[in-house]
Ligand binder design. Sequence first.
Ligand code: SAM
Length: 227
Amino acid sequence: MAASGDRELKRVEKVYSFWGKFPYLYRMQDTITFLGKAGTIRKNAVKKLGLRKGDRVLEVACGSGRNFSYLAEAVGKKGFVLGFDYSREMLNAAKELCRQNRWDNIKLVQGDASQLKIDENGFNGVISVLGISAIPGWEKAIRRCHEVLRYGGRMVVCDARLFGGFLRFLNPAVLLVYSKFAAWDPSKNIPKQMKKVFGNVRAESYNLGTFFIAVSSKKNTAKKAKN
Ligand SMILES: C[S@@+](CC[C@H](N)C(=O)[O-])C[C@H]1O[C@@H](n2cnc3c(N)ncnc32)[C@H](O)[C@@H]1O
């Protein structure tokens, strides 16, 4: 019998095999999901990484590459972007986007983020947009992200949240749609897990609180040796 993690990964594969084959449909749903603010919110999330030209950045669950233009611009031609995703179809769409834009410094790798093991000399930043809430082993994935970051580097997560306040009554419908069409679980407390792993987190809300951008920095907690 398949373990529940395997079943969930199979679901991710199924859902994103569809979106990866139809990247223009994914672009359309992106506009709807972000209520027309996809560009602004994505750009803002990348800005919060605080990247400089020549930096190395990892995008976890990069999908079809909706953040690549912002990341490529932030690190410049001498920088490096690694896009990591479980879905081969989403990565095929990302590959085509890189080819069209001649982004030669973007490398794509397929795998499960909860098992993320990449020896790329460390990253100055790690970002995930609408990715962590879709990853079955998300808590482990955040720990892996912390491991691959250099000290001083930031992890930025932009993800979905359920309605609070008087719009709460919409949540059962939201959960149904997110689960069926995106394999998302927006009830995960991602900022809380980031705080647990990094020891710090700052989060801002967007679109009536239905999206957030959370930022954590990797601190060097090793005590300085006394002379
Ligand atoms: C909603 S899409 C987001 C894609 C992209 N980050 C964006 O901003 O449009 C969620 C992505 O998470 C990926 N994903 C889900 N589980 C994963 C896992 N365990 N490891 C790596 N990627 C995963 C899916 O394949 C999909 O591409």
